[in-house]
Design a protein around this ligand. Structure first.
Ligand code: NAD
Length: 351
């Protein structure tokens, strides 16, 4: 269905952000920070980004106030408290996140507590840098909040920083981005702008991913994948998510599962569940995949050496019904109304 036939009023909000994209964009970070008036920079980096972080630390010279190198998935409150100690001791006035969604999430949490400006340098395709959303975990419970002030004001996408992603992370993280785009296609608040972003993101991921998996060091494919992940992140920021993100949130929080692998394995199952009820999204995805979207995404999702089922990820089978009941009970938009029985069947299939 084309949105031009829509007869309802939708609101569309974009966040003010300055985005730099391109090979070598990371070399512009010191200049960007100077533009923000930053004098004492805290550098938060993932272990995987150590050499890029060392390079940036050298370029910042005396403007580097401190480093924190232990971000963790799902932004645990204890880790944020440790990093806040570093903020206080170093009197940092700006934060740079260099890494995947875990590093970006920690910088958001620090900025939320201090008002510091943030510059995000994502090295995966998770898309958190584009959203005003932060999920934090305390005592095993993940709570999510949304506030425009949480979104980084500057984002630097340097595809050279993604060349180190191993094939499994490349694949699952790209499918994580695809999931943002897919849910935007069937979101009730989708509009012409989000449709354009989502279609381009989905097309980019599906075209570039096989190329990148064949030739991981090929920069052209990496550029397209990263640009698509950026657009997918914008989708996540601008539309309400449905069953896919609810399931990922509920399972990820309850069993402390790896984010990208979980998204990747769930996506074909959620597509199979929803597409018959989402004809507009189904038609777009059939055009983009040139076939059956469930089969195409399913083949991709099974194409890595890591866990590709909920069972292999360590989710106990007898927990599926409880998760399904919890997810079916929550209020969120989804093309097909989920109930405990149908969601249990979906989870059994994914198990
Ligand atoms: P991650 O940041 O935890 O990274 C996964 C692993 O990959 C880590 O070990 C990391 O060091 C490594 N890694 C990252 N980049 C690499 C690279 N270029 N080369 C080699 N290794 C690399 O995982 P993620 O999937 O990027 O992010 C997941 C986190 O982000 C979760 O906490 C999730 O909730 C959050 N997230 C939040 C939003 C939001 O809008 N708030 C959106 C997406 C994800």
């Amino acid at each position: 269905m084309s949105r031009s036939t829509a007869r309802t009023v939708v609101a569309h909000e974009t966040l003010p952000v300055r985005v730099l994209l391109g090979p070598g964009a990371r070399h512009r970070i010191p200049e960007e920070l100077a533009g923000l008036g930053a004098r004492r920079v805290l550098l938060v980096s993932a272990g995987s980004a150590k050499s890029a972080a060392d390079e940036l630390a050298g370029a910042l010279g005396p403007r580097l106030a401190a480093r924190f190198g232990r971000p963790a998935v799902h932004t645990p409150a204890g880790v944020t408290e440790e990093a806040m100690e570093v903020v206080r001791e170093s009197a940092a006035d700006a934060v740079v996140a260099l890494g995947g969604g875990s590093a970006v999430g920690l910088a958001k949490a620090l900025s939320a507590r201090t008002g510091m400006p943030q510059l995000a340098v994502p090295t995966t395709y998770a898309g958190s840098e584009a959203t005003p959303v932060l999920g934090e975990t305390e005592d095993g419970v993940k709570t999510t909040r949304r506030d425009p002030a949480l979104a980084p004001g500057t984002v630097v996408y340097d595809p050279e920083l993604t060349l180190t992603m191993p094939p499994g992370l490349t694949l699952t993280s790209a499918l994580n981005a695809l999931a943002h785009a897919v849910e935007a296609l069937w979101a009730p608040d989708a509009n012409a702008a989000t449709d354009a972003l989502a279609a381009e993101a989905a097309e980019g991921v599906l075209a570039a991913l096989p190329e990148v998996l064949r030739e991981p060091a090929g920069l052209a494919g990496r550029i397209r994948l990263q640009e698509s992940a950026w657009l997918a992140g914008l989708c996540l920021a601008q539309t309400r998510t449905g069953l896919h993100h609810q399931l990922a949130h509920a399972l990820g929080g309850a069993f402390d599962l790896p984010h990208a692998e979980l998204h990747a394995l769930l996506l074909p199952h959620v597509l199979a569940f929803n597409l018959p009820w989402a004809p507009g999204a189904a038609a777009r995805l059939r055009r983009i995949t040139g076939g059956d979207p469930v089969a195409v995404v399913g083949r991709l999702a099974r194409g890595h050496d890591g866990p590709t089922t909920l069972g292999a990820l360590g989710v106990p089978r007898d927990a599926l019904r409880t998760v399904a009941e919890r997810v079916a009970d929550r209020p969120y938009p989804n093309p097909r109304t989920p109930d405990a029985d149908s969601v249990t069947r979906l989870l059994e299939d994914a198990w």
